[in-house]
Write a protein that binds this ligand. Structure first.
Ligand code: SF4
Length: 260
């Protein structure tokens, strides 16, 4: 937990900005995670999708011995390979990854209204599914947290091109931290190989970005890394609602309530 000296209390935005500056001065990922463990407001939660970025961060957390809670969102529509990667990661690093599920009643109401594949029919239905299966469980998982670590990188997509190392997140009321925001893909891959980090086997089958099974396909040579996510939609709306970029104006999403 960040200490505040009476009379010299920093605002939460200043705490985030200072952490952003500190992380920019540190090159080593394990030192970055150790610094986050020391300076970020606690409790600190790390949300992992078991993708390459998150696996690299998990390795750095374990190597640094940082006291950071690790959790993942089980939407109920994950690839079996992703679930197996959870287990292999737990065994490799000797820790338990908290698995956060959506509320059963909300999923039942959503499926009763839109059908089991309703997210393919309209962008509003897709966002409603992500809301019930991801956004609300994330909010529950982060309730009471002071900081949230994610694997966002600037190179992942045009919409993530200005992602900071750390910034105040007004939506979730905490400091959002992206420890490898500045890493290009080749830096990430080199770290994974050098440390023999366990990875989802789907990466080797053409899936650079892995989400829910029915909403992710393998990409073709030359396609953008996130082209396989919600591939039937235009590029504009391709976020699940978990990550709004505070430095980029976002179009207000219309999300229908699943449970009426
Ligand atoms: S990625 Fe697809 S299946 Fe997963 S929560 Fe979003 S719409 Fe639903």
């Amino acid at each position: 937990m960040a200490q505040q000296v009476p009379g010299l209390a920093e605002s939460r935005e200043e705490v985030a900005a200072e952490l952003d500056r500190r992380l920019a001065e540190i090159a080593d990922p394990e030192e970055r995670l150790a610094e986050i463990g020391r300076r970020a407001p606690g409790p600190i939660g790390f949300s992992t999708s078991l993708g390459l970025e998150d696996q690299a961060i998990l390795h750095a957390i374990a190597a640094a011995g940082a006291r950071i809670g690790v959790f993942t969102l089980d939407t109920g529509r994950l690839f079996p390979e992703t679930v197996e990667t959870i287990e292999r990661s737990e065994q490799r690093y000797g820790l338990r990854i908290r698995v956060v599920a959506p509320e059963a009643a909300e999923v039942e109401a959503l499926v009763a209204r839109d059908g089991v594949m309703g997210f393919r029919l309209a962008i509003e239905a897709r966002k409603a599914c992500c809301e019930v299966r991801k956004v609300r469980p994330l909010k529950r998982a982060l309730a009471g947290a002071g900081s949230w670590i994610t694997g966002l990188r600037r190179g992942q997509s045009a919409g993530r091109g200005s992602v900071p190392f750390a910034a105040w997140d007004p939506e979730h009321g905490l400091v959002k931290i992206n420890p490898i925001a500045d890493w290009p893909l080749d830096r990430l891959q080199a770290y994974i190989v050098a440390n023999d980090v366990p990875v989802n086997p789907l990466h080797a089958r053409g899936f650079p970005s892995i989400g829910c099974q029915p909403c992710t396909r393998a990409i073709r040579p030359g396609e953008d890394a996130r082209a396989g996510r919600w591939w039937w939609e235009s590029e504009d709306g391709k976020e699940c609602g978990l990550h709004a970029n505070p430095r980029r104006p976002v179009r207000e999403a219309t999300v229908r309530e699943a449970a009426e």
